[in-house]
Design a protein around this ligand. Structure first.
Ligand SMILES: [Zn+2]
Ligand SMILES: [Zn+2]
Length: 320
């Protein structure tokens, strides 16, 4: 994801900002791919924190309008979880828009999202005929981490779910093309293989021992459809990490690789090098739906304190 220009003053805006640093409300225009300081705002702005513009006052933005089933808001935390889910969806829809998917120039079907809260029974996420079903409960970090550990997955986030499930929808769109299916089957295998039987085999048996030779994840080895979805999700991860790091780093020239951070005596120089690096890494983590690697602000006072401790600590234990 890129970093955006502030339309009303200096500085930059992140994709999910609702206001500038000085509090001016702004909205993201997904068609122009930029921020504007005026309504019409999406009707979900107050309730869900959606910062996109709407086509007319009181209506939903392009992304929120794709949600055709909303969660049962009487379930605990359904609204904050739904808000986080819509944020991940906006991010991925905007990513795909860079390749013209689901924009006005795309004449094809849009995905329709069923956003479901979870009761005692887990919601099965998936895609059927253009409908993507998402469990908003997966926005809860405790639930997500518990499931990630139970399934022995290295990575599980809402942005990852969005990329995976929308990938199934993209397969469905592409399968309408005469030239897609033969090429797909030559690369991934025949998707007409019994899906339920494949999953029933996958869960007790696990992946083949040599799965790493052919698949990005163990789940990808379950069935050609899952291999496709996992592979598309990873293409989106890698492209967006590159886009985000490049945008986050900006134009700052990084030091020579031989530069030794521990030998640097100038705290201002250390901070000057560190800020674009942590900004780039934070932005890359956002591309993966992970927490910022360095979620702190270096105020002028904090920088003076850092210079003070830098001076004392880098002397080492000499003279003690
Ligand atoms: Zn919206
Ligand atoms: Zn899948």
């Amino acid at each position: 994801m890129r970093v955006f220009a502030n339309p009303v003053g200096p500085g930059t805006l992140w994709f999910d900002n609702l206001a500038t640093a000085d509090g001016t409300p702004v909205a993201y225009d997904p068609q122009a791919r930029g921020f504007i300081p005026m309504p019409p705002f999406c009707a979900n702005r107050e309730a869900l924190g959606c910062n996109w513009i709407a086509p007319e006052p009181g209506s939903l933005c392009r992304a929120c309008a794709m949600t055709t089933v909303v969660p049962d808001t009487t379930v605990a935390d359904a609204i904050p979880h739904w808000a986080a889910t819509e944020a991940a969806k906006r991010w991925v829809i905007d990513n795909l828009g860079r390749w013209h998917w689901f924009r006005p120039e795309d004449p094809g079907t849009r995905p329709s999202f069923h956003m479901l809260a979870e009761g005692p029974t887990p919601v099965q996420m998936g895609h059927i005929d253009g409908v993507v079903t998402i469990s908003v409960a997966e926005a809860d970090p405790v639930l997500s981490t518990t499931r990630r550990e139970a399934l022995q997955e290295p990575y599980r986030t809402m942005i990852g779910h969005m990329r995976h499930e929308i990938a199934h929808m993209l397969w469905w769109r592409l399968s309408l093309r005469a030239d897609f299916l033969d090429a797909f089957r030559a690369m991934f295998g025949d998707e007409r293989a019994d899906y339920q039987a494949a999953l029933q085999r996958h869960y007790p048996d696990g992946p083949p021992d040599d799965w790493r030779a052919s698949f990005l994840t163990t789940y990808a080895s379950a069935h050609p459809h899952e291999d496709w979805a996992e592979t598309v999700a990873h293409l989106l991860h890698l492209t967006d990490i590159c886009d985000s790091v490049a945008a986050g780093l900006g134009t700052t020239v990084l030091p020579d690789p031989r530069w030794d951070a521990y030998a640097e005596p100038d705290t201002a120089r250390l901070i000057e090098v560190a800020v674009p690096i942590v900004t780039g890494l934070n932005h890359a983590n956002r591309a993966m739906g992970l927490s910022d690697i360095y979620p702190f602000i270096l105020s002028p006072v904090a920088q003076r304190k850092l210079a003070f401790v830098h001076g004392w600590i880098r002397r080492g234990a000499q003279g003690l």
